[in-house]
Design a protein around this ligand. Structure first.
Ligand code: F0G
Length: 468
């Protein structure tokens, strides 16, 4: 295998797993398999002690060449071509399905909808299993192989499961996935079945599944592949590197992502922070996270922060009030007790971003306008465009600023939602529904229901005329 240019000095000995609780400060070797700090129970973060490259253009050129002209499967992966910034050795048993290398689209209709001159959408739904989870799964399953595990588990709202199922199959692992029964889109569930995972449908919600995972993680034979595992974050942070390449290293003013378990926002924040520390970028983009109103514990907490806390001048809260019974039709982010909230909130505050919530109506209409841009995405991803519209209206984002939203999942991940929206049968996941009352369906601003026509040329021409 081609030797990597020594543009950034890195050895695995220089990377440790660090407790994020400053007061604790415990650190662990990379080979130690643990997901939370053994001393205080707080989450862990991998600290890569990287040495800044003498000449940033050299390393940028190497990454670009690997993408343009890959000489190995590792080069062809949008994760592994950034090996210099990852806590793995050159001879690691890289697991890859050629993840990453996803497109950055211009979205003029969505921009106009948000009140922006321009908007770009980084579409992580173009990954091998159709969601952003694949970049982190490549690194997590590679680490699982290194650690000698044979079984990997995760709790999931559907996408992590599909991704784990695929990567585990590739690495000859057994994947066991815990899903909240009846709350996962059929398309995502079908993926996990086809990739051969053991699918366990739990009577409970995602947070119940996550609690079980944390208990299972104590078993040395079981490898936890949720984003509480810091090796997941390492693969996912490469999105920041790839995005900067696509922006010709011109830092956008704002990067906006959906928020569920908060692994994605943690990863992006870490990626940008490392680029800054290495001198590969000169400032951080403002990172904002958007949650669905019925599953928005971090947005609620953010709304209570003082100006000094938002500015990073005062300590952030230690506790998050979980949402007991989260509700949203964006099932991917139907999460009331996100495990990575602390790391994500730090990243948001450090970059002077915001965490806000949007309504079901706003998500549904934003999703449809992204569709009109010929891009499409799953509902959770559309929180970004809905959130940007709000942030522009509130003056946090200026109309002429450079904004990138990260779309996290492919349009075909949840076709029932789309069909219901356009047919006028999309009923909110509300408490009243549970109580037996019929909630009113969402009236989509961009509804486009199919028309039933007679099998005649004239009927078709008449239908066309109505549209023109
Ligand atoms: N968008 C999509 C499509 C997702 O599947 C998820 C999370 C998120 C956004 C939120 O990302 O959790 O890192 O803040 N899906 C997880 C899963 C929970 O199990 O597939 P996050």
């Amino acid at each position: 295998m081609e030797k990597i240019a020594n543009a950034v000095a890195r050895t695995t000995e220089k990377a440790v797993q660090q407790c994020v609780n400053h007061a604790c400060g415990a650190s662990y070797a990379l080979r130690e398999r643990l997901y939370v700090c053994a001393k205080c129970g707080e989450t862990l973060e991998i600290e890569c002690r990287l040495t800044p490259p003498g000449d940033p253009s050299e390393i940028r050129a190497r990454w670009a060449a690997a993408r343009a002209n890959p000489k190995s499967p590792r080069d062809a992966s949008g994760v592994w071509r950034f090996l210099e910034l990852l806590p793995f050795d050159e001879d690691a048993p890289f697991v890859t399905l050629f993840e990453g290398n996803t497109p950055l689209f211009r979205a003029p209709r969505s921009a106009n909808y948000c009140g922006l001159a321009d908007l770009r959408l980084k579409h992580q739904g173009y990954n091998p299993t159709g969601s952003f989870k694949d970049t982190g799964m490549a690194s997590a399953i590679t680490q699982a192989v290194i650690s000698g595990a044979r079984t990997a588990v995760c709790a999931s709202t559907g996408n992590t499961a599909a991704s784990l199922a695929a990567y585990a199959a590739r690495a000859n692992f057994l994947a066991a996935i815990l899903l909240p029964r009846g709350q996962v889109s059929a398309a995502k569930l079908a993926q996990s079945l086809d990739y051969g995972a053991l699918v366990l449908e739990i009577d409970g919600n995602f947070d119940d599944c996550m609690r079980l995972i944390q208990e299972l993680g104590d078993d040395p034979a079981i490898y936890v592949a949720n984003s509480i595992n810091p090796f997941r974050i390492e693969g996912q942070k490469t999105v920041a590197f790839e995005l900067m390449e696509q922006c010709s290293w011109q830092v956008p003013d704002h990067v906006v992502v959906p928020g569920g378990n908060m692994g994605n926002s943690t990863a992006l924040g870490k990626g940008f922070q490392e680029l800054l520390a290495l001198g590969l970028i000169r400032r951080l983009p403002r990172l904002s996270v958007i949650q669905a109103e019925g599953a928005a514990p971090v947005a609620r907490l953010f709304a209570t922060l003082t100006a000094a806390q938002r500015a990073g001048d005062e300590e952030l809260p230690e506790k998050l009030q979980a949402v007991e019974n989260p509700k949203t039709l964006a099932t991917a982010i139907k999460i009331g007790a996100p495990v990575s909230w602390k790391k994500a909130l730090r990243a948001v505050v450090r970059s002077r971003g915001q965490v806000i919530a949007v309504t079901e109506q706003e998500i549904a209409d934003a999703k449809a306008i992204i569709g009109r841009d010929s891009i499409g995405c799953e509902p959770a991803s559309a929180t970004t465009v809905a959130g940007i519209k709000r942030l522009v209206a509130a003056g946090h984002i200026q109309p002429g600023e450079d904004v990138v939203a990260v779309l996290t999942g492919h349009m075909l991940k949840d076709p029932d939602y789309i069909s219901n929206y356009h047919r006028g049968t999309l009923v909110p996941d509300s408490a009243s529904k549970e109580a037996g009352a019929q909630a009113a369906p969402i009236r989509g601003a961009f509804q486009n229901s199919p028309a039933r026509v007679a099998a005649t040329k004239s009927a078709i021409l008449a239908a066309l005329k109505q549209r023109q």
